[in-house]
Design a protein around this ligand. Structure first.
Ligand code: AR6
Length: 329
């Protein structure tokens, strides 16, 4: 079983039984890879597509391949990019799954995908590749013996680079699931100089807390299937992947040596938001630029009226800073 990415024109692929088309809901052709596939397959493809009654986003339908060197074309409709908070990744995952399910139902063991949604539909390839490769690996884990070759045929070098790198990460075990319970001693040891308190819950969860007086100041916990790291008003979640666990350890180290700072914006006493920054990039000027980036329209209006505070919290509280930004008159 091989998973790989290559550069090329998907209509010329001779090593697979099926290629996937990045179609639209009508299934009646279009530009991009869809146009290239219809052009290369010939007009009989359109005839068959007319009988299918279209296709919903995330679904997949199969046709013959006519003048193409493969046997089948699996048509799917990817999500259009609307900023990332409109179920894009869920729908893109569904596309890959639907195509692989349809392939499996037809006994297809070799299949080529284009980089779905990253052309006319505008899904940034930097994000689409993570979802796409994750979806395929997820599927293969569930059905390990169903395919001999799953590949992405990328039109350009840049796209190829993203998919190849992501596949390499999967192959190297970067996404291996880790056992969070076995990590507890390591995490406690990391924080040991700061007298951590450890609380355990009945379902294997734990919290390691560093207090400032009676108040919780920094914590790392494992609960509800994820790790959370918090400093002051900021917190972040980490998945149970080796990759994310390594990020968690790096973030903890940066907090411990006071090179990360938790930044919070407050306006008229109201919490506007928190994020973390590296100390080297948190001059007052940069903090204001970041604060502006995270404020949506109504917050900007309030900030202009009342001014706001930028609070920088370190693990070592003697380093804490507060900047007061005046209202704009
Ligand atoms: N072989 C491999 N990849 C290709 C080829 C090819 N021959 N041609 C283009 N690509 P897009 P989408 C790449 O726009 O974003 C159509 O009009 C391309 O460089 O084809 O899912 C449909 O009818 C990009 O990396 O698909 C829909 O309306 C990737 O294929 C809409 O576009 C996908 O780009 C679908 O948009």
């Amino acid at each position: 079983m091989e998973i790989r990415a290559i550069q090329g024109d998907i209509t010329k692929q001779t090593d697979v039984e099926a290629i996937v088309n990045a179609a639209n809901e009508s299934l009646l052709g279009g530009g991009g890879v869809d146009g290239a596939i219809h052009y290369a397959a010939g007009p009989e493809l359109l005839k068959e597509c007319r009988t299918l009654g279209g296709c919903k986003i995330g679904e997949a339908k199969i046709t013959g391949a006519y003048n193409l060197p493969c046997k089948y074309i699996i048509h799917t409709v990817g999500p259009r990019w609307h900023g990332g908070n409109n179920r894009e990744s869920e729908l893109l995952t569904l596309c890959y799954k639907s195509c692989l399910e349809v392939a499996m139902q037809h006994g297809i063991r070799t299949i080529a995908f284009p980089s779905l949604s990253t052309g006319a539909f505008g899904y940034p390839v930097e994000q689409a590749n993570l979802v796409a490769v994750g979806a395929v690996y997820g599927f293969v884990e569930e059905y390990p013996d169903q395919f001999d070759l799953i590949e992405w045929v990328c039109f350009d070098k840049n796209t190829l680079k993203y998919y190849s790198n992501q596949i390499e990460l999967h192959k190297s075990g970067f996404y291996e699931e880790i056992d969070p319970v076995s990590k507890e001693p390591e995490l406690i040891a990391l924080l040991s100089e700061h007298n951590p308190e450890v609380h355990r819950s009945t379902d294997d969860g734990y919290s390691i807390i560093i207090k400032d007086g009676d108040e919780e100041h920094m914590y790392v916990d494992y609960n509800d299937g994820k790790f959370t790291l918090g400093l002051g008003c900021w917190h972040n979640h980490y998945n149970l992947y080796r990759k994310d666990y390594e990020n968690l350890l790096k973030d903890i180290e940066n907090i411990l040596n006071n090179s990360f700072v938790a930044v919070t914006i407050r306006c008229n006493g109201e919490w506007f938001g928190s994020w973390k920054m590296s100390v080297s990039e948190c001059s007052k000027k940069e903090l204001i630029i970041e604060a502006r980036k995270m404020m949506r329209k109504e917050l900007i209006e309030k900030a202009k009226k009342y001014g706001y505070q930028i609070e920088c919290e370190f693990l070592d509280k003697s380093k804490d800073l507060i900047y007061t930004i005046d209202p704009e008159i």
